[in-house]
Design a protein around this ligand. Structure first.
Ligand code: NAP
Length: 536
C-alpha cells in the first residue's frame, strides 16, 4: 500500500506522531478512531522501534508475550497465537507488522526518515518538523513515541573506526544474517542485550571473549512454548488479564508477595526464593517480597541466595567471582537469561573484567587492554543506550522556552512525564519521569492520557495547550521524593540515572511510583478539569 504524501506546502495536519514502535503504533490506532488528520514518521524502514532495531541473535521479550501485546481489539486477541511465553524478535516484529496491516495503519507512516528539528511557531500555533529527507511537516500537535532505549551508544574508547573486521551494535543490528561460525568474536557489555546474544551465539562461534565492566544479577527467564490449553485459557482470561495488568504496580503479570519476610524464617524465605528461581522472568523482581527492594538486609540475603546459584553453575570459582555482582539486586535493571552462566564453562569462552583491565583502544585487528591486544573477526557492541532522554537530545526541539535539550540539561522536568511548560502542543509517550515497567502497558496508559488532553483542548475549541509550571514542579518533586533514599538511588548505578553516558547529568530519569502512581496522577489531573494545563 502506498504511503500518503507528506504535507510540505499544504495545511498543517492535526497530529504528527514520531516513531512507529510499540507506542507509536498504539498512538496511531487511537488517532484512527478520531476524525483528526495524522501521520507518523519513523527512522526505520519498518515498524517495531526497539523490536525493529534490536534484531540481534537471542533478542526476545522478558515480559510475558501476552502481557506485552495490544488489548484494544478482541478480534486481534482471538486471532494471534504467541508461540512462547517469551517470544523472540522475529515473532514480535511479525506481530507488530500484522497489527499495522490489520488496522490499516501502514499508509499513515513515512519510513526511513529521521526527525532533525522541531520548531514551535507561536503565531501559527503549529509545530514545524524538518526531516532527514529535506521535507517539513507542519502539525498542530506532536506526540513523541521515540522510546527510552533508542539512542545506541558505543564505548568512549579510541579506534572503533579503525577495526578492519566486522562490528555491530545490538541496538542497530543489520537485517542480513551474520555468520558467527568459527569466528573469533568479542562481545563488549553484559546488560540484558549482551547476556542474550552471548548465550545465543556461544555454540556457534570459534571463540568468544566477553568484556564485562559491571556484572549483573542474571536469573533464569524460564521460557517455554505456550501449549494449546494455555492458549485457550489465555483467550478466556484476556479481559481479566488486561484489568490485572493495568491495575498492577508495573504492568506485569507478577505482583509482589503479600507475605512479610520478617514473619518468616530464613528457611521459608529461601524456599520462597527457590519458587521464584523456577518461575518465569520478572517474578524474581516483581513477585519478590517488596522488602527485598526496600530493605538492604533482605536484599543482601536474596543476593546471597543468587550468589550460591551462580557458584553452582560456574565450574571455575575464579570466574564465578568475576560474574557475581557487588551491588544489590534490582538497583540495576536485571537481565533474564537462558544458560548464560554455563557459557563460561565452555573452553572457547573467556571473560575479561574491564574493572581490572579496561579497554584502552580498538585496534585494526582487535581490542587492546593493559594486558595486551586480542585479535577478533567480529566485535559486538552490547553497550546500551543514552537512555530515556537520549533520543530527545538528538532532535533539536525549540519551543518558547528555548531548546528542550537545554531545558532538561540538569534533568527532565515534566507534568506526569507527558509534557513540559514552554513546549505547547507537544506530548511525550513513555518519555522521562513517566514510569518504569512493562512498556506497552505504560505507553497504553500514557497515550490514553495524552489523547484525553488533546481531546479536551479540541472540545474547548482551543488551539494551544501547555503544561503549567506549578504542575511541573509538583510532579518533578514527587518523582525525586519517591526516589530519594531508595536502594536504587543509593547505588545510582543504573542507566536511568544517566551514569552510563559520559558528560550526562547524573539524575533520576524514571519514576518509581509505577503504573499505579502514573494512573492515579492521570485521574487526579482529569478530575481537576485538566488544571495541570493551560488551554487557550
Ligand atoms: P545496558 O543494560 O546499558 O548494558 C550495556 C553494557 O555495556 C553494560 O554491561 C555496560 O557496563 C557496558 N558498557 C557500556 N559502556 C561501556 C564502556 N564505555 N566500557 C565498558 N563497558 C561499557 O544496555 P542493554 O544491554 O542494551 O540493555 C538496555 C535495556 O534494554 C535493558 O536494561 C532492558 O531494559 C532493555 N532490554 C530488554 C531486553 C528484553 O529481554 N526484553 C533485552 C535487551 C535489552 P556498565 O553496566 O558498567 O555500565
Amino acid at each position: 500500500m502506498a504511503t500518503e504524501p507528506l504535507n510540505d506546502a499544504t495545511d498543517p495536519i492535526d497530529v504528527l506522531v514520531i516513531g512507529a514502535g510499540i507506542s507509536g503504533i498504539y498512538q496511531l490506532y487511537k488517532l484512527a478512531q478520531t476524525d483528526l488528520t495524522y501521520r507518523a514518521v519513523e527512522a526505520g524502514d519498518g515498524v517495531g522501534g526497539t523490536w525493529y532495531w534490536n534484531r540481534y541473535p537471542g533478542a526476545r521479550f522478558d515480559s510475558e508475550s501476552y502481557s506485552y501485546a495490544y488489548f484494544f481489539s478482541e478480534e486481534l486477541l482471538g486471532e494471534w497465537n504467541w508461540t512462547e511465553h517469551f517470544a523472540g524478535q522475529p515473532e514480535i516484529e511479525n506481530y507488530l507488522n500484522t497489527v499495522v496491516d490489520r488496522f490499516d495503519l501502514r499508509r499513515h507512516i513515512t519510513f526511513g526518515v529521521r526527525v532533525l528539528t522541531m520548531t514551535w511557531d507561536e503565531a501559527a500555533r503549529t509545530w514545524s518538523t524538518t526531516l532527514s529527507d529535506g521535507s517539513t511537516i507542519r502539525s498542530r500537535f506532536v506526540v513523541t513515541a521515540i522510546g527510552i532505549l533508542s539512542a545506541p551508544q558505543y564505548p568512549a574508547v579510541p579506534g572503533i573506526e579503525d577495526f578492519q573486521g566486522e562490528s555491530y551494535h545490538t541496538g542497530l543490528w543489520p537485517k542480513h544474517d551474520i555468520d558467527f561460525t568459527g569466528m573469533r568474536v568479542a562481545v563488549i557489555g553484559t546488560g540484558s542485550s549482551g547476556v542474550q546474544i552471548i548465550s545465543a551465539i556461544a555454540g556457534q562461534v570459534g571463540s568468544m571473549t566477553v568484556y564485562q565492566r559491571t556484572p549483573n544479577w542474571c536469573t533464569p527467564l524460564n521460557n517455554r512454548p505456550i501449549t494449546a490449553e494455555e492458549q485457550q485459557q489465555l483467550r478466556a482470561d484476556f479481559d481479566q488479564m488486561h484489568t490485572g495488568l493495568m491495575g498492577s504496580f508495573a504492568g506485569f503479570v507478577h505482583n509482589f508477595s503479600a507475605d512479610n519476610p520478617a514473619e518468616q524464617t530464613p528457611e521459608q524465605r529461601a524456599a520462597y526464593w527457590e519458587t521464584l528461581w523456577q518461575a518465569p522472568g520478572f517474578a524474581k523482581l516483581l513477585g519478590n517480597y517488596v522488602e527485598v527492594m526496600t530493605d538492604k538486609d533482605y536484599n543482601t540475603e536474596f543476593t546471597k541466595f543468587l550468589e550460591a546459584k551462580i557458584r553452582a553453575r560456574v565450574h571455575d570459582q575464579k570466574i564465578a567471582d568475576k560474574l557475581i555482582p557487588d551491588h544489590g539486586y534490582g538497583v540495576k535493571r536485571p537481565p533474564f537469561e537462558t544458560d548464560y552462566y554455563e557459557v563460561f564453562n565452555l573452553p572457547h569462552v573467556s571473560l575479561i573484567d574491564m574493572r581490572d583491565t579496561p579497554i584502552e583502544r580498538v585496534t585494526p585487528r582487535g581490542i587492546a587492554t593493559a594486558d595486551g591486544e586480542r585479535e577478533f573477526d567480529i566485535i559486538v557492541y552490547a553497550t546500551g543506550f543514552d537512555a530515556i532522554t537520549g533520543a530527545f537530545d538528538r532532535i533539536e526541539i525549540t519551543g518558547t522556552a528555548g531548546t528542550l535539550k537545554d531545558y532538561w540539561a540538569e534533568g527532565p522536568h515534566t507534568v506526569v512525564g507527558a509534557a513540559s511548560p514552554g513546549f505547547p502542543n507537544l506530548f511525550f509517550v513513555v518519555g522521562p519521569h513517566s514510569s518504569a515497567g512493562n512498556v506497552p502497558r505504560i505507553s497504553e496508559r500514557q497515550c490514553d492520557f495524552v489523547n484525553e488532553v488533546i481531546g479536551e483542548a479540541l472540545r474547548r475549541g482551543c488551539t494551544r495547550v501547555e503544561a503549567r509550571p506549578e504542575a511541573e514542579a509538583e510532579w518533578t518533586a514527587h518523582v525525586y521524593e519517591l526516589n530519594q533514599g531508595t536502594l536504587g538511588a543509593q547505588a545510582a548505578l543504573d542507566y536511568t540515572y544517566g551514569v552510563n553516558t559520559p558528560g550526562k547529568a547524573v539524575t533520576f530519569r524514571h519514576y518509581d511510583g509505577g503504573l499505579i502512581g502514573l494512573t492515579a496522577k492521570h485521574a487526579e489531573i482529569a478530575d481537576s478539569g485538566y488544571a495541570a494545563f493551560d488551554f487557550s
